[in-house]
Structure formats: structure tokens, C-alpha cells
Design a protein around this ligand. Structure first.
Ligand code: PGA
Length: 240
């Protein structure tokens, strides 16, 4: 069963989220065989994006590395679990580059997610400059070091998202994404339940090809996921 996560980023009011959920429900009917669907709305639209029939689950896009306390503007793992989240995205490249999130803080976020049974969708990926310098494998190894203390038997999702492919319209080639997924699996040899997603300019047009090879188990979809029809089409073409 492949996994498809819709990362809405900072888009969608509650009303838009409700309309999306209704449209997605009609498009997938009883669900798409072989595809697990997850919506990752902004915090404010989590409730509106929920499916009472359980055909998709919810992810948050971020969480605090602290359990609770005087952290104005932050949202805790406990609050996310209480809001019905099953997953949480940790370390998206936008959090890393725009908000300065780094290894120790991300390790704290993963630990807090575990405290409340949330499955982390931990994002890794090299920048364009790192890729040109031949540093992709070293970057992945460094970013995965953050998971050193995370228990190996807990379910884990890694999203390989090359920074240069995010929102650029230029997806990695199937060969590149398969090679990175293989490398990630090799770097996490003791993991009992590991799924590896690809993310970066995934569309209904390239989804089947990107999943055709190797160890990619689904997608983290940004721009194309804002349209319920496009997201359903991606999941349908990548279902397995
Ligand atoms: P994109 O974003 O699909 O718009 O490239 C992917 C992501 O940032 O998760």
C-alpha cells in the first residue's frame, strides 16, 4: 500500500478545506485500493479536513519540540493528537531554511511526536548546490543522524524532497529518486517499519513513472495537492 500525503502548506480556509474534503470524498468513493491518503492542512483547518468515514487521515505540518509551557504561537504534539492527527511532518525544507530548524530541534520534535503516538514524516533532501558538489549522499546521512535516538521499531516515514525540486516544476528523475530512496534505506538498516516518499513537483503526469522503480512508497505532494482531483489522480496512478 503506497502513501500519499497532501501538504497544503499555508493554504486553505476552513470553508475551502470543507469543500476540498467533500470533493475528494466524491472522487474516491470508498477509497482508492492500494493507496493510503493523508491530508496535511494548516492547524486551523484540521477539523474541517477530517473525514468522518476514515478514508483519509490527518497530518500536521509542524509541531513544537516542547511538551507544553510558555511558547507563544507553538502547537504541541498532545494538541495535535487531540485534534485527530495521526502523522506530523517534521523538518520540511521550508522549516529548515526559512525558520532555521536544525538537527537538535528536529530531534526534539520527533521525540515529542513519539510521546503522543504521532508518526513523523521526516523530510530530508539536498539543495541544488549540494547536488552539484556531489554531496547528496553526505547530506542525507547528516540529516538522518537526527533520528539517531528514535526507536527503530516505531513506524517512520521519510520524505526525500530535493530542495531544488520543491515547487520548481522540475521533479527528480525516477532514477535519481530511486537511488536516493535506496541510500536512505541503507542508512536506516535497523528500521522495522520504514516507508520512503518522494516529494518535489509531483503531478498526475509524472507520478506513475516516479513510483515505477525501486523503493519509493508514495509521495509528499505540495502544489498539485491543492486540487482534490489532481491529488486523487496522483494517488490513483501510484496505488500499489
Ligand atoms: P511541491 O511541494 O509538490 O509543490 O513541489 C512538495 C513539498 O514541499 O512537500
Amino acid at each position: 500500500m503506497n502513501l500519499f500525503v497532501a501538504n497544503w502548506k499555508m493554504h486553505m480556509t476552513r470553508e475551502q478545506a470543507r469543500a476540498y474534503a467533500e470533493a475528494l470524498g466524491e472522487l474516491i468513493d470508498d477509497g482508492i485500493p492500494g493507496a493510503e491518503l493523508v491530508l496535511a492542512p494548516p492547524f486551523t483547518a484540521l477539523e474541517a479536513a477530517r473525514d468522518r468515514e476514515g478514508r483519509w487521515s490527518l497530518a500536521a505540518q509542524n509541531l513544537s519540540e516542547h511538551a507544553s509551557g510558555a511558547f507563544t504561537g507553538e502547537v504541541s504534539a498532545e494538541m495535535l493528537a487531540d485534534s485527530g492527527c495521526r502523522y506530523v511532518i517534521v523538518g520540511h525544507s521550508e522549516r529548515r531554511t526559512l525558520f532555521g530548524e536544525d538537527g537538535p530541534r528536529l530531534a526534539g520534535k520527533v521525540a515529542r511526536a513519539r510521546d503522543f503516538g504521532l508518526v513523523p514524516i521526516y523530510c530530508v533532501g539536498e539543495t541544488g548546490a549540494e547536488r552539484l558538489a556531489g554531496e547528496t549522499a553526505a547530506t542525507l546521512a547528516r540529516q538522518l543522524e537526527t533520528l539517531r535516538d528514535d526507536p527503530a521499531m516505531e513506524p517512520l516515514v521519510i520524505a526525500y524532497e530535493p530542495v531544488w525540486a520543491i515547487g520548481s516544476g522540475l521533479a527528480a528523475t525516477p532514477v535519481d529518486s530511486a537511488a536516493a530512496a535506496k541510500r536512505i534505506a541503507e542508512l536506516l538498516p535497523t528500521r522495522g517499519d520504514l516507508r520512503i516518499l518522494y516529494g518535489g513537483s509531483v503531478t498526475a503526469g509524472n507520478a506513475a513513472e516516479l513510483l515505477g522503480r525501486g523503493r519509493v512508497n508514495g509521495f509528499l505532494v505540495g502544489g498539485a495537492s491543492l486540487d482534490a482531483g489532481a491529488f486523487a489522480a496522483i494517488a490513483r496512478s501510484g496505488a500499489a
